[in-house]
Design a protein around this ligand. Structure first.
Ligand SMILES: *[C@@H]1O[C@H](CO)[C@@H](O)[C@H](O)[C@H]1NC(C)=O
Ligand SMILES: *[C@@H]1O[C@H](CO)[C@@H](O)[C@H](O)[C@H]1NC(C)=O
Ligand SMILES: *[C@@H]1O[C@H](CO)[C@@H](O)[C@H](O)[C@H]1NC(C)=O
Ligand SMILES: *[C@@H]1O[C@H](CO)[C@@H](O)[C@H](O)[C@H]1NC(C)=O
Length: 471
């Protein structure tokens, strides 16, 4: 029997000794059996149904091939000073804006009734720095939540650090400014589940950029506290809308929230379809305000100038401040302009990243970046590794002549077929960078920004700990 098989598998016949080849063949079969049995874990029917949904709705889920092991998330019950207490104080959390309308609806903000006929009830005037609240609300209602810490793979600590930071920017007494961050660190130390892995399985979500939590002793004080410099917090995974590309090895970029918060796949599909069919008469667009001083300002001024000079560019300039009358703060205006444009220029603003990047993805508008740190070094969990699949890069770093390149010429060079392919890719990305409505029931629905983060984080934590965690 075996020798007959051997003849069909000549590759294993090493020499004329039939004994030797049968021996190798048996070893091979045994090894293969063990490989199949132990290497491939049993499949979880729930996950399979999730994946099938994705194929069904035609999304190209980037990490689809990554085998998902089951995991669960435990949510800490924090003293209110770390979250709900801050929300209660919403009138005084931001020197520029009253945050109360923005923290409404679990951080989704005020409903936008008339933004479009497609997927009504899914649109909100969401504040750009509020991801931490939405994330929390989504997790509270998430199927992967566990109430039993002994079964948790991940521990979510729902500290609204962004609201805390914005409420303290103007505090000149640094001890007082850091007070809540220090107390947060003390809280972690006192937790029994912290000890299990020195906090390596813990995570926080921050709706503001990492720079707001990494005060340096040199340079001007722009209001940052010291949360992310605290030794204990450095053992925690930090999900933030902008990571520090040089000192943020424990920081992971998550999307800024945009305005679309659907509950179901069909609502998502309807919007994607609308964006695929949208007529885009403008080659490119720039929405933004000039910035004073600094290197960034130079790029912005250049973009505004070039856009103003081109008949193929639609310019939406923002005046100072964030007055309600200001067009470039109106979600329907922004999405209207972006969905009629093929490319959307994304100049760095006060920091490297912009919420606008995610607005442009939502509108099916291909982003054009001028810094590596606006997206490429930020959102590795969310965006394709090959940046050319979904974006255009024009080197805008200081001292580079390319900045003076005419953007219009650069964009005109891209063949139409390629533009179409890129746009389809961008539209395929919409679900993963969208924050679903926190009340959405997850079964069989699309995978959103929170789902992507949890799966990536579970993998990350497993590899950090170098062992399988208790499920
Ligand atoms: C979610 O549902 C609950 C109860 O059905 C409701 O009270 C709450 O307002 C809803 N949340 C949002 C953000 O709409
Ligand atoms: C700064 O704040 C700390 C803590 O709130 C307080 O103990 C200290 O007295 C304050 N220092 C000054 C100079 O006001
Ligand atoms: C961080 O984790 C390491 C082990 O990975 C541990 O040695 C260290 O004490 C932890 N730091 C804090 C402040 O808990
Ligand atoms: C911004 O406001 C300042 C005064 O507050 C004014 O001088 C300047 O012209 C304004 N710039 C724009 C672009 O509106």
């Amino acid at each position: 029997m075996l020798s007959k098989k051997q003849s069909q598998l000549p590759i294993f016949v090493i020499n004329n000794s039939s004994f030797k080849s049968s021996f190798f063949f048996i070893i091979f079969l045994t090894a293969w059996f063990f490989f199949l049995f132990y290497w491939l874990p049993p499949t979880n029917p729930k996950r399979i149904s999730h994946r099938r949904t994705h194929h069904l709705i035609g999304n190209h889920v980037i990490n689809n091939h990554v085998r998902r092991q089951p995991f669960s998330v435990y949510i800490y019950d924090l003293p209110p000073e770390f979250n709900l207490g801050l929300v209660k104080n919403c009138h005084h959390l931001n020197v520029y804006t009253d945050m109360c309308p923005h923290v409404a609806n679990h951080g989704l903000g005020q409903p936008l009734e008339h933004i479009n006929a497609v997927s009504p009830g899914c649109w909100f005037a969401t504040h750009q720095f509020i991801a931490e609240m939405i994330f929390h609300a989504r997790l509270e209602n998430h199927p992967l939540r566990t109430w039993d810490p002994s079964r948790a793979t991940l521990f979510y600590v729902p500290f609204y650090g962004g609201l805390y930071a914005s409420g303290n920017f103007r505090e000149t007494n640094l001890t007082a400014r850091d007070d809540l961050a220090v107390r947060f660190s003390e809280f972690l130390k006192s937790q029994p589940w912290w000890q299990r892995a020195n906090g390596k399985d813990h995570f926080v979500v921050l709706g503001r950029t990492a720079w707001d939590f990494m005060r340096t002793t040199s340079g001007p004080d722009f209001g940052a506290n010291t949360l992310l410099n605290l030794p204990r917090v450095q053992n925690v995974s930090v999900l933030t809308v902008e990571r520090n590309p040089w000192r943020g090895s424990n920081q992971h970029g998550i999307p800024y929230p945009s305005y679309f918060h659907p509950s179901t796949s069909s609502q998502m599909l309807a919007w994607q379809q609308k964006m695929r069919l949208s007529k885009r008469p403008n080659l490119f667009t720039f929405i933004g305000a000039p910035r004073k001083g600094l290197e960034k300002a130079a790029i912005r001024d250049e973009l505004i100038k070039q856009c103003g000079q081109s008949t193929r560019c639609k310019l939406l300039t923002c005046s100072n401040g964030s007055g309600a009358s200001n067009k470039c703060y109106s979600p329907s205006e922004i999405l209207g302009v972006m969905s009629k444009s093929q490319f959307c220029l994304q100049a760095p603003g006060d920091s490297f990243t912009r919420r606008s990047t995610f607005d442009s993805v939502l509108a099916g508008c291909i982003p054009v970046f001028f810094s590596q740190h606006t997206a490429y070094t930020q959102y590795a969990w969310y965006l394709p590794q090959d940046a050319e699949e979904y974006s255009v890069y024009i080197n805008g770093e200081e001292g580079n002549n390319a900045r003076r390149k005419r953007i219009e010429d650069e964009l005109m060079k891209i063949p139409r077929k390629r533009v179409e392919k890129m746009r389809n890719k961008v539209i395929d990305l919409i679900p993963r960078v969208t924050y679903k409505h926190p009340n959405a029931s997850d079964d069989g629905e699309f995978e959103d920004a929170v789902d992507v983060a949890l799966a990536a984080l579970a993998n990350h934590v497993r590899s950090l700990l170098g062992r399988e965690l208790v499920l």
